[in-house]
Design a binder for this molecule. Structure first.
Ligand SMILES: Nc1nc2c(ncn2[C@@H]2O[C@H](COP(=O)(O)OP(=O)(O)OP(=O)(O)O)[C@@H](O)[C@H]2O)c(=O)[nH]1
Ligand SMILES: [Mg+2]
Length: 214
């Protein structure tokens, strides 16, 4: 007798694992840039012009040359290897779009919190959001030209991060650099869930409206 997998079983075995990763952080920190740099498909973007009318509500401090902003989400895809594909969802950076975050975060394995050391406090809301929901994240400092470089340990201290949260430097414009950040998120998230499985069920993280965290 010949044993073999049915066509259906074979195709299921060949399907790669797909994971959802969020790319988050403050305004103008490079989220859309990072998704665009790594995506192997033409990224979906929802950019709109920053207007005079939005000036009172849209903080452009430190990124005065920026002319557009994400108003819904970025979407991209990257194949890490033939068994692992990541779907990337970039969040909007303006506070007025906080209401979209719960939808975007639904089902996410983990997140990148992009940070700009010139405006580090802008990262707090995203960090707080993921900590409260127990979503593992990596902090990636986007090294903008001309910005002073700080050691990752200084950034960790300034952001008051737990020891296990990965902190790394990156250039959101460079595919390899952005890919390394995403791999760090996947590794960290898998490690965190393995630890949680080993230690038993943890207390449910408190669900709070993101607007009350930022
Ligand atoms: N020099 C430099 N410029 C960058 C880098 N990343 C992004 N930029 C530029 O910074 C600007 C902001 O980038 P975006 O990717 O739109 O930032 P964002 O975080 O998506 O912005 P919002 O969606 O509006 O919050 C763009 O003009 C980019 O070209 C970087 O690593 N270095
Ligand atoms: Mg954007």
């Amino acid at each position: 007798m010949v044993f073999g997998r049915s066509k259906r079983a074979r195709s299921a075995a060949a399907d790669p694992v797909t994971l959802k990763i969020l790319v988050a952080g403050g305004f103008g920190v490079g989220k859309t840039t990072l998704v665009g740099a790594v995506s192997e498909i033409r990224p979906l973007r929802t950019e709109e012009a920053l207007t005079e009318a939005g000036r009172p509500v849209d903080s452009t401090e430190g990124v005065e040359t920026k002319s557009t902003t994400t108003v819904a989400m970025d979407f991209g895809r990257i194949t890490i290897h033939d068994r692992l594909v990541l779907y990337l969802f970039g969040t909007p950076g303006q506070d007025r779009f906080w209401f979209l975050w719960d939808e975007l975060a639904h089902g996410a394995l983990g997140a990148v919190v992009l940070a700009d050391t010139r405006r580090l406090a802008d990262s707090f809301a995203a960090i707080d959001y993921f900590e409260r929901r127990g979503i593992p994240f990596t902090v990636a400092v986007n090294c903008f030209d001309g910005a002073q470089q700080h050691p990752v340990e200084t950034v960790r201290e300034a952001l008051d991060l737990d020891g296990e949260v990965p902190v790394m430097l990156c250039d959101a414009r460079q595919r390899e650099s952005a890919r390394d950040v995403l791999i760090s998120v996947v590794e960290h998230a898998l490690h965190t869930s393995a630890q949680a499985a080993a230690t038993g069920p943890a207390a449910e993280p408190a669900e709070r409206s993101p607007s009350t965290t930022g």
